[in-house]
Design a protein around this ligand. Structure first.
Ligand SMILES: [Mg+2]
Length: 194
């Protein structure tokens, strides 16, 4: 009797993974965004998200939030901040497929970037095609997490900062234009299966 796992027939979708602080919202510097009032969305991120959607990509935020693990802030506050992000994006008629955070303190935790756990988990959960996905971040640990997950990588930061990323732009302001020019368009018939 022939049978097969039906989940194997689900199409794999490419995704743009975005780091949060410094990409989605203004970086808090060395600390953490600890209050909803201190979460300031970058308009250029909104535009970048729109480009990703127009080109056929899912979008997921992957963020290290050790402040929760350290007790500097609560999980409830982090959830409130992410709820505020979802609401702000809805005003632009945009949404994220998921917001994944790692609150672990230990650097060796498999989900804490530069480890790729958050990307791998999201890929399994949402049937994402990592090989055609991109990771965008403002820190080398984002680049490493993206590479370890098998994604193309894009670093956002000034020219004096070294990176091993596949691509780089100087600032978040350059993101929408870069993605418009370089993010490959995904046509409906190019979506692969497992
Ligand atoms: Mg960052």
């Amino acid at each position: 009797m022939y049978s097969r796992n039906m989940t194997a027939l689900l199409p794999l979708r490419p995704c743009v993974f975005f780091d949060r602080d410094g990409i989605v919202n203004r970086s808090p510097g060395p600390g953490y965004v600890e209050r909803v009032e201190d979460f300031h969305l970058f308009p250029e991120f909104v535009e970048a998200l729109r480009v990703a959607r127009e080109k056929g990509y899912e979008s997921v935020v992957v963020t290290n939030q050790k402040g929760v693990g350290k007790g500097v802030m609560t999980q409830a506050t982090l959830d409130d901040i992410h709820a505020a992000l979802v609401i702000q994006l809805a005003h632009f008629d945009l949404s994220l497929l998921d917001i994944v955070s790692c609150v672990a303190i230990e650097d060796h935790h498999p989900n804490r970037k530069p480890n790729p756990g958050m990307l791998l988990d999201a890929a399994r959960k949402h049937h994402l095609d990592l090989a055609r996905s991109w990771m965008i971040g403002d820190h080398e640990r984002d680049v490493q997490a993206g590479r370890r997950a098998g994604c193309r990588t894009l670093f956002v930061g000034p020219p004096e900062k070294a990176t091993t990323a596949d691509h780089r732009v100087d600032a978040v302001a350059d993101l929408p234009g870069f993605l418009r020019r370089h993010l490959p368009e995904i046509s409906a018939d190019a979506i692969g299966c497992v």
